[in-house]
Design a protein around this ligand. Structure first.
Ligand SMILES: O=P(O)(O)O[C@@H]1C[C@H](O)[C@@H](CO)O1
Length: 266
């Protein structure tokens, strides 16, 4: 809390009025920043205790501005557990967001499609998730000021927002898949047997982020929506060589649809 407060105090010295809506931009999805009428861009390196981005395809700044008439905070670049960060670091920016008054959050990511019906470039609305990470951000002494010891996770994604997202996709003519996201530790990719396992236990898409963030924001009572860009097929018989550069390039392309959808939802 002390560290979060230091970051909040710094942000308060930079920003007069904070937005209530935030967006986390996943791998290759920084293009959304171009759509924001930017009021202030603050590099993570200037914010006390903020972690450092180490993954290609992720920016490293907080963007404050206006997206289609809505005041937003965009987190341009996120932190992953596989980078070596503690879970507390991974969700640090989210706790800072809570303290500055963010009420709702759109989380985006790049993910592998486990569902055979999905195509590369599709968008998937995350209706539920499975954590296969080795720990979660709430382990340890509970921070009562953020939320309860045992937060309910039966509806991790906001139902009203899910409906709005589906209607927005129909209006825009954007194909929007729905499904369950499985969060793995990474950074290694999945073996064929692990892919089969992920599918059998109910996954439609697989990635290396989002789950800790969704847990932290549910703990704090923020409204959350999650959207994956399916950047590659994660299907044993298709098994192609995976490259992060391809993920970023595909996310970049599909990101345009995502931007339209997010603008419409907001
Ligand atoms: O931050 P996201 O979840 O979009 O990043 C995905 C998962 C890995 O960090 C990386 C693999 O290419 O992309």
């Amino acid at each position: 809390m002390i560290k979060e407060q230091a970051a909040v105090d710094f942000l308060k010295s930079q920003i007069i009025e904070f937005p209530e809506t935030a967006i986390i931009l996943g791998s290759g999805l920084g293009g959304l920043v171009d759509e924001i009428d930017i009021e202030k861009r603050i590099p993570y390196s200037e914010i006390p205790h903020f972690p450092v981005v180490t993954v290609e395809g992720h920016g490293g700044d907080l963007i404050f501005g206006d997206l289609e008439g809505v005041a937003v905070l965009a987190m341009n670049g996120r932190f992953h557990y596989y980078e070596g960060y503690d879970m507390a670091d991974v969700v640090f920016p989210l706790r800072v967001m809570k303290l500055i008054g963010i009420k709702r959050l759109v989380i985006t990511n790049a993910a592998g499609g486990l569902n055979e019906d999905f195509e590369v470039g599709d968008l998937m609305l995350i209706e539920d998730m499975i954590s296969l990470l080795p720990e979660n951000p709430l382990r340890g002494k509970n921070s009562e000021e953020f939320g309860p010891r045992f937060p309910d996770m039966s509806e991790p994604f906001d139902l009203d927002w899910l409906e709005k997202a589906k209607s927005a996709a129909i209006r825009l003519g954007v194909k929007l898949r729905t499904g369950t996201y499985i969060g793995l530790q990474g950074p290694k990719l999945e073996t064929k047997a692990e892919i089969r396992y992920c599918r059998i236990i109910g996954g439609d898409a697989v990635g290396m982020s989002t789950v800790p963030e969704v847990i932290a924001v549910n703990h704090m009572g923020l409204k959350v929506l999650g959207i994956s860009v399916i950047t590659n097929e994660s299907i044993p018989k298709v098994a192609k060589e995976f490259t992060h550069a391809d993920v970023v390039a595909t996310a970049n392309k599909a990101g345009k649809k995502l931007v339209e959808l997010v603008k419409n939802i907001l």
